[in-house]
Design a protein. Structure first.
Length: 289
């Protein structure tokens, strides 16, 4: 738990953050339980190596697409024949938990896997209390906290696999989250400004209140007949300014630095570094397609 310029380390017997969330259910109870643990070890926040706040998943990362209308509109005519009508309800998909990395970790990059690496600044939330068919009026009671995510996407893989998003967003070691979970009481959520900055240039900038479907509605729709569990991570969509929709298009390359930041949430700062993701595959390399 971050307290001022220090980090309080929880005893090993507590388990990880998912264990704490599941045991407490609410932010206030979790904080009270930490306070009751007595004299905890403290380390300076400055210089600490932060990992992803959620690193153990019981299911895929849950994601929302097209949740800012300006982002939906900027993609018109650029979906390579995979056009759709404007959605009347939230659009959901999932991505592999193996994508998740820490807030300052290197993003794994292999041009053979994709020649179109895109950035997507997003607000993510973590479920605290379980629930199914949660009404929108009570949906925010189920949120434990918020953090940032960069939903790095491989646009050519999206097109290759019929326009569905799982494959084009599930490459190992490509989605930073963090740097920490912030409890809702510390945030002015509608006025959080989300930004992505590529090599020093602001590419995306929008307020959370510009969402097409607000957070409470996302939770109500996603939980409709489907149980949400403590520790579930939900991404809430990205605003306009993605590289795929720009003219000319802008895609990330090896060595690029991408920063995602949000009011009251800190920042993710990551560099694309070459990794061998292709291995001995006999699927045609995407940079040769």
């Amino acid at each position: 738990m971050v307290e001022g310029t220090e980090v309080l380390l929880l005893p090993r017997e507590v388990g990880d953050l998912v264990d704490l969330i599941a045991a407490s259910g609410t932010q206030a109870r979790a904080i009270a339980e930490v306070r009751a643990m007595g004299d905890l070890q403290r380390v300076p926040l400055e210089g600490a190596s932060l990992r992803a706040p959620i690193r153990r998943f019981r299911r895929d990362v849950l994601c929302t697409g097209w949740n800012y209308w300006d982002h939906f509109e900027e993609g018109r005519g650029k979906r390579e024949g995979q056009e759709v009508d404007k959605p009347k309800a939230p659009t959901f998909f999932t991505k592999s938990p193996d994508t998740v990395i820490g807030p300052n970790d290197d993003i794994a990059f292999d041009k053979r896997i994709s020649s179109k690496w895109d950035y997507e600044a997003e607000l993510a939330l973590v479920i605290g209390k379980p629930g199914r068919s949660i009404p929108a009026s009570r949906a925010l009671d189920h949120v434990f906290g918020y953090c940032l995510a960069n939903d790095v996407s491989q646009r050519d893989l999206q097109r290759r696999h019929g326009g569905q998003w799982l494959k084009g967003k599930s490459i190992d070691g490509t989605m930073p989250i963090g740097p920490w979970l912030v409890t809702p009481d510390e945030l002015d959520i509608p006025n959080i400004r989300l930004e992505s900055v590529l090599n020093g240039k602001v590419m995306q900038s929008a307020l959370v209140k510009q969402m097409a479907f607000p957070i409470a509605e996302l939770i109500a729709e996603l939980s409709f007949g489907m149980t949400l569990h403590p520790g579930d991570v939900i991404l809430t969509g990205t605003p306009a300014g993605v590289g795929n929709a720009r003219e000319p298009q802008v895609f990330m390359q090896e060595g690029d630095e991408i920063v995602v930041r949000g009011s009251g949430l800190g920042e993710l700062r990551n560099r694309l570094v070459a990794h061998d993701l292709y291995g001995v595959s006999d699927v045609p390399a995407m940079d040769a397609a």
